[in-house]
Design a protein around this ligand. Structure first.
Ligand SMILES: Nc1ncnc2c1ncn2[C@@H]1O[C@H](COP(=O)(O)OP(=O)(O)OP(=O)(O)O)[C@@H](O)[C@H]1O
Length: 360
């Protein structure tokens, strides 16, 4: 089965009379059937531009944008409209019409779609989807009478009533409190799983990232995986900390290593211990939760390595690996053009700890 979204080498520029700005750079991306993809990234990184390209709401310029089997690069308006009819859109501003009831708003979306349903079938479908989103009691109300969360759920009902195979959601939780935001994305996830629809969701809201099968991070118009983005952010932050406050940086590294060593002394770290470390590191460093997690992972891998070396470290490596290990240490020491006595001594010490033959 063909993936619903296939982008190849897509770039996009905004041109004004006086300037030109590249907003997307050579993006290639496949979104599989039934996959929930979250798109994150700083303000201005190109998320809305990308989602509107996928949504056939703007024409492509460079590269191929294939959505639901249709190439959109040079597509005419008729073809674009045909693709739009098969997509469910959920926006931050739910865009419900106040002159219609909730049910009529949802019905309108069904009537604009290309489905051949009788009036009775349409009413049944509208009722079913409004029940699914928990608005059965509010069908005849005016959108003005609904809370923010209820309006957003009505927006989801309107997007899902046509049973689209692709749903695009731009900041669907932006105007909601924590609990309503959570309910809205959980609902979106459940309904999409039931219908096997793919979802692309743009958000700044870190609290909802867990609904994603895959998270893509857009930075300066380029896509990075989340781990790339997180580790780049963390390294940058730790480097800054190192430059401005070397003592604090040392304190943080030593702190995370010490806490992790204690928690892993019995060879297991449970969630309670992990959370306790997270809280302490958060309070001493002021780093965000993603960065703290990465610092913890680094400390854990160091502790695992130490434990392996102290216990059964010797004979962990083959003769070939041992030789490569030593050569690599020597190459690193020589990289600055000078191998100091301290470096040679350290290489000998490490080789001894690992049970390698003494280096030449
Ligand atoms: N019509 C336009 N003309 C010129 N520049 C534009 C236009 N629309 C957007 N831009 C610029 O393109 C860049 C990317 O905008 P876009 O809205 O795609 O970013 P975004 O990641 O969705 O941002 P946000 O998170 O703030 O919504 C921004 O610098 C923006 O100022």
């Amino acid at each position: 089965m063909q993936a619903p979204v296939v982008l190849e080498n897509v770039s996009y520029h905004y041109r004004t009379a006086v300037s030109e700005r590249r907003v997307l750079s050579d993006i290639s991306l496949v979104i599989r059937s039934g996959e929930i993809v979250i798109l994150t990234g700083p303000s201005g990184s190109g998320k809305t531009t990308l989602i509107t390209l996928i949504g056939a709401l703007r024409a492509g310029q460079t590269g191929s944008v294939k959505v639901l089997g249709e190439e959109l690069r040079d597509a005419n308006e008729k073809a674009m409209t045909q693709v739009r009819r098969q997509i469910g859109y959920v926006f931050q501003q739910h865009n419900l019409l106040d002159s219609l009831t909730v049910a009529e708003n949802v019905m309108m979306s069904l009537q604009l779609g290309d489905q051949k349903l009788s009036g009775k079938e349409q009413r049944a479908r509208v009722e079913e989807v409004l029940t699914q989103v928990g608005l059965a009691e509010h069908v005849d109300k005016n959108p003005r009478e609904l809370s923010g969360g209820q309006k957003q759920r009505a927006g989801i009902a309107r997007a899902l009533v046509t049973r689209p195979s692709l749903i695009l959601a731009d900041e669907p939780t932006a105007s909601l409190d924590k609990e309503s935001g959570r309910n809205v994305v959980d609902l979106l996830q459940t309904l999409c799983r039931e219908q096997g629809a793919s979802v692309v969701l743009v958000t700044h809201d870190n609290r909802i990232l867990d609904v994603a099968d895959r998270i893509l991070h857009l930075e300066d118009g380029e896509i990075q995986s989340v781990s790339e983005a997180m580790s780049a952010n963390t390294s940058q932050m730790l480097r800054l900390l190192d430059q401005h406050d070397p003592e604090a940086s040392l304190y943080l590294s030593a702190f995370s290593l010490a806490l992790t060593r204690v928690a892993m002394a019995d060879n297991q770290m449970d969630d309670a211990e992990r959370n306790a470390i997270r809280e302490v590191l958060n309070s001493v460093s002021g780093l965000g939760s993603g960065e703290v997690d990465l610092v913890m992972e680094l400390a854990m891998s160091q502790v695992r390595c130490r434990t392996a070396l102290n216990g059964s470290g010797k004979n962990l490596f083959s003769a070939e690996q041992a030789a490569h290990f030593v050569e690599s240490m020597q190459a690193v020491a020589a990289a600055d053009g000078d191998v100091s006595d301290e470096e040679t001594a350290e290489i000998r010490l490490i080789a001894e700890e690992l049970g390698f033959p003494p280096p030449p």
